[in-house]
Design a protein around this ligand. Structure first.
Ligand SMILES: [Zn+2]
Ligand SMILES: [Zn+2]
Length: 694
């Protein structure tokens, strides 16, 4: 098959796909380092974890590859800590065995979702120990460590100090009988295990539990605070952070811990499963023999240590702030650790670390009117996603189109299946298939000569000036959204572009009659539609890589970059591949089946006794409110691109307003911001009304 594709840096993709061997940053270029929060290794991931960080980070990593930027995406399992020890105890295996059991489950799940890490490692490695210990030692050398003696719960029977999770007792505040060592489920207060009344050892309730003094190393966060704040105020601006729990939209630090003044934080614990304290601290004088480093200290060090397991040249990424921009993806509960705690540690370490450039956080994804619950088996957990028969691309599309960017989102089977049938199949898939089938059947698969020059299409075009300028406007919107890590808006824009393509085929009257009456114009329409499909292959790649691959195969074209403007890159005489449908219809009857299957133990019983509960729309037992419907796109309703673009903006602005309203405390600054955001929303809605009436 003859290939005639315009070549050049502005067309073809040269950066390798994820997983290629040792990618290293290039001096003087824009190098992108991406991390996703490290999942705990004591459980399988659920969809909330996936959308919260690993999938979102994957989209951003792939997007940067479509801009030909050297990109490295690192993740892995966070293996140390009491959570692992406790779960291992429950499963009657060692912590190491537990991690060896769950690590592959994580890896397989992410692979199935097409999440392309360059390297998916683990924290229980010798290099992790080495790097964690070196940072700890530097904190000591630089005078940021302090030794404190602390009273701790001790079990005479075990015999050892009991970590918070090994001890239960009566809450001193509310009298709740089964308060845990770190928190009371009765009154939600955080506790120190020594406060518990009548403490019990969870290993064996007959053991006698007392308290004993134990020495620990603390990091003097208070001594680092001025430098941390200076760093936050600088990075917030440079990295264009969204307002979050630590700093608001005006650049005012709002984290209560920083406002009240940081206090020294413990760095060591009396556990066995963890990074051992550096040997020089195990002397008589320090009294730290057998202690391990706190998991909150060692977990974020997993980012560089996992990179070190990927390449011995890891320092080129992690000690290179001049040439590397670090993007970190996480759930909202992790913001403090990535913006305050870990940067403080790196500042105190004293070396020239690559520190956070931009953070992207998500709110929570809930499930069918309630919450995901592993204990009740409610919702979809890791490996089960593939058993639904819904392809990974569709999963990715649906999760990303509901990405909880500024407020919580709700997973719903009905919405998921509607997204496949209404958006992917009827809009996106239809455009690609209609154009390519026409080329195959009417032109014997060879692109006809539409008279366009290779390269950017003229904005003063005789027939299609409006079409070309709309596509260019949407391309700019797409790039702006993706650069700002507004992934959902980026995805909405892709769908607007394919919808514009559908409208174009419709309004140009592409059919056999046009071919007979005006062959030149017909050839032009076909060539422009095929070139728009080629652009779409790059735009959709971050979100649905398998769909992008399939388009490229059907086009018989190599992977390309995201262009700045719409151009003719597939040239006359090029032979395309065989057109195939990108998506298949999913029957709506599947909604009920899937709701039933993933309802979890409690709701399942309810469905058995009350069959109406399983019908679409009848949500979980709490009767929680239905998720706001996603802006699904119906190609049968004639909407101009302006209307569609405005609708996307309104939806985005609505998210901004809801996000701001969800913030506390309600300061006068926040109230003013909310008012401004509502005003913008009202103005956009007014514009839409005017357009709809026109
Ligand atoms: Zn005990
Ligand atoms: Zn309590």
């Amino acid at each position: 098959m003859a290939r005639k594709i315009r070549s050049g840096d502005d067309v073809l993709r040269v950066i390798p796909p994820p997983g290629a061997p040792a990618i290293l940053p290039k001096e003087g270029e824009d190098n992108i380092l991406i991390t996703s929060a490290l999942p705990y290794c004591n459980n399988v991931p659920h969809l909330g974890n996936i959308i919260g960080s690993t999938l979102s980070a994957d989209v951003f990593s792939r997007y940067n590859r479509t801009r030909n930027r050297t990109t490295l995406y690192i993740c892995g399992t966070d293996e140390y800590g009491t959570a692992t020890e406790t779960q291992a105890l429950k499963e009657r295996i060692t912590p190491r065995e537990l991690c060896d059991k769950y690590y592959p489950l994580h890896k397989e799940t992410y692979e199935w979702f097409d999440i392309g890490f360059d390297y998916f490692g683990r924290t229980s490695t010798p290099l992790h120990t080495e790097i964690s210990q070196s940072i700890f030692s530097n904190l000591g050398k630089n005078g940021f460590l302090a030794r404190q003696e602390k009273e701790q719960t001790y079990c005479e029977g075990c015999p050892k100090f009991l970590a918070d999770r090994y001890v239960e007792g009566i809450c001193p505040h509310c009298g709740y009988e089964d308060a845990r060592g770190d928190q009371c489920d009765g009154c939600s207060r955080t506790l120190d295990a020594i406060e518990l009344i009548k403490p019990r050892c969870l290993v064996d309730k007959s053991h006698v539990v007392t308290t004993k003094m134990s020495a620990h190393m603390y990091v003097k966060l208070d001594a680092i605070q001025p430098r941390t704040e200076e760093w936050i105020k600088h990075s917030w601006k440079v990295g264009k952070w969204s307002p979050n729990a630590v700093i608001n939209a005006e650049g005012i630090i709002i984290d209560p811990r920083l406002r009240g003044g940081l206090i020294p934080a413990p760095l060591t614990r009396d556990l066995t499963w963890g990074v051992p304290i550096p040997p020089q601290y195990e002397t008589e004088e320090h009294g730290m023999k057998g202690k391990v480093l706190y998991v909150w200290f060692d977990a974020p060090i997993g980012y560089p240590s996992i990179t070190a397991n990927y390449t011995p040249e890891w320092r080129q990424w992690w000690f290179n702030p001049k040439n590397v921009r670090l993007y970190q993806f996480m759930g909202k509960d992790n913001v403090y650790f990535h913006t305050v705690y870990f940067p403080s540690i790196l500042l105190a370490d004293g070396r020239d670390w690559t520190k956070l450039h931009h953070l992207s956080t998500t709110e929570y994804l809930n499930y069918e009117g309630g919450k995901f619950s592993k204990s009740k088996n409610r919702g979809v957990f890791g490996p089960a996603a593939k058993e639904t028969g819904i392809p990974a691309s569709v999963w990715r599309y649906y999760l990303l189109s509901t990405r909880p960017e500024t407020s919580d989102a709700m997973f719903s089977w009905a919405d998921c299946i509607a997204a496949n049938n209404n958006v992917l199949l009827n809009n996106f898939g239809n455009f690609v298939n209609r154009a390519l089938k026409f080329v195959a059947s009417q032109y014997d698969s060879v692109i006809p000569d539409g008279g366009d020059e290779a390269g950017p299409l003229s904005p003063n075009d005789e027939h299609d000036a409006e079409f070309i300028s709309t596509v260019n406007g949407l391309l700019r919107d797409y790039i702006d959204a993706m650069e700002a890590v507004k992934l959902r808006l980026g995805l909405q824009t892709v769908m607007l572009i394919s919808m514009r393509g559908n409208n174009y085929l419709q309004s140009s009257g592409l059919n056999k009659a046009l071919m007979a009456s005006n062959p030149r114009r017909c050839a032009q329409v076909v060539s422009r539609a095929v070139n728009l499909i080629y652009v779409l292959s790059a735009l959709v790649y971050p979100f649905m890589p398998a769909t992008s691959d399939s388009i490229l195969e059907q086009l018989n074209a190599p992977a390309r970059v995201v262009p700045e403007v719409f151009s003719a890159d597939i040239l006359p005489g090029h032979t395309i591949g065989k057109p195939e449908h990108l998506f298949k219809k999913i029957e709506e009857s599947k909604v009920e089946e899937l709701q039933r299957r993933f309802a979890g133990e409690e709701d399942k019983k309810e469905i058995e006794t009350d069959p109406t509960k399983a019908t679409p729309g009848a949500k979980g037992k709490k009767g929680a409110k239905k998720a706001p419907a996603q802006p699904t796109v119906d190609p049968n309703v004639p909407k101009t691109p302006e209307i569609l673009a405005l609708e996307a903006k309104i939806s985005e602005q609505g998210q901004v307003v809801r996000g701001l309203k969800g913030q506390t405390p309600k300061t006068p600054e926040l109230e003013a911001q909310i008012k401004d955001a509502v005003d913008v929303l009202k103005r956009l809605k007014g514009e839409l009304e005017t357009l709809l009436q026109a």
